[in-house]
Design a protein around this ligand. Structure first.
Ligand SMILES: NC(=O)c1ccc[n+]([C@@H]2O[C@H](COP(=O)([O-])OP(=O)(O)OC[C@H]3O[C@@H](n4cnc5c(N)ncnc54)[C@H](O)[C@@H]3O)[C@@H](O)[C@H]2O)c1
Length: 278
């Protein structure tokens, strides 16, 4: 059945793929973004579709969030929100904690307040494996205690906590997706981008922080979107929370560095300063 759905952070990497999928399923979609990190080019096709509307607004600002939700709701009652807006620049949040307070936490708080005011009762939320901190174990949904090591992770965990509380008061259902590192078309940031940037500056040598053996789980955005839509279809509890990732052990940073050099057809030497962490 066709629904009216809001996607926050719609001009970003992952959310733009969600917009594509929702439109393909026949829904009417409103995207909200402040274009801090998002790009209109990510939404070229949706912008030609009469069922898609893009609104520029800062969801960290309570008044702006309230008025944009009121305007959308007036046009057509919204049934579901996919809240993807956040700060995705982890190092910006380390340099200034206010970045994650505003864009990762307050966007969630204000979205929930607006949903409450307008009786929108279903929320899909992009959380992160960053909520687990640096645990040396395979992660499951019950792994804990949860002590994040970045402001970003902390604000994602705080967002999960207020969504859990909202489920007890005004939400009918929420889905929390804990993403791994996501790669693919339209991606805005990742170790791959960092290496390309460094190699463009110096095609002869690539410095890779750590010893190259750090290993992380990566998932293609196409598989991530497929997993999220399956979870929304099948997760029928009030609060549904899932880690999404590959079953393999992940890729080492050495493998990624070598692959980027090969793809760029360079003969760059890789330099590792050493240490277990990047
Ligand atoms: N890419 C990953 O590897 C990864 C991993 C774990 C979690 N996530 C989460 O997935 C979601 C999407 O991430 P992404 O990789 O597509 O990042 P992205 O930066 O491409 O998308 C985030 C979007 O949110 C928008 N935004 C930020 N602050 C806003 C605000 N105050 N008001 C309105 N819009 C705002 C940005 O402009 C951007 O378009 C985020 O919540 C992110 O934390 C991503």
């Amino acid at each position: 059945m066709s629904e009216a759905i809001i996607v926050t952070g719609a001009a970003g990497f992952i959310a733009s793929h969600i917009v594509d999928r929702l439109l393909a399923e026949g829904h009417t979609v409103t995207g909200i973004d402040n274009f801090l990190l998002g790009r209109r080019e990510n939404l070229v096709e949706p912008l030609q579709d009469s069922r898609f509307t893009l609104i520029e607004a800062d969801l960290a600002n309570a008044d702006e969030a309230a008025s944009v939700f009121a305007a959308v709701q007036q046009r057509q009652p919204v049934t579901q929100v996919w809240h993807m807006a956040a700060n995705s620049d982890i190092s910006a949040g380390i340099a200034d904690a206010n970045v994650d307070l505003r864009n990762t936490f307050l966007t969630t708080y204000n979205t929930l307040e607006a949903m409450k005011r307008h009786g929108i009762r279903r929320l899909a939320f992009a959380s992160s494996s960053a909520i687990y901190g640096d645990l040396p174990v395979a992660l499951t949904e019950t792994t804990g205690p949860l002590f994040p090591i970045s402001n970003y992770g902390a604000m994602k965990l705080a967002s999960e906590a207020i969504i859990s509380a909202a489920v007890e008061s005004h939400l009918e259902r929420a889905w929390l997706f804990r993403f791994p590192n996501v790669i693919g078309h339209r991606s805005t940031h990742s170790v791959i981008h960092d290496f390309i940037r460094k190699l463009r500056a110096n095609p002869r040598e690539l410095e890779v922080l750590g010893d190259g053996n750090q290993q992380k789980n990566y998932l293609h955005v196409r598989d991530l979107v497929a997993a999220m839509f399956s979870i929304v279809e099948l997760g029928q509890d009030k609060l549904n929370w899932f880690n999404i990732g590959n079953r393999d052990a992940g890729a080492t940073v050495r493998f990624i560095a070598e692959s980027v050099i090969e793809a760029m057809q360079l003969a760059a030497r890789i330099r590792y300063p050493g240490g277990a962490k990047g």
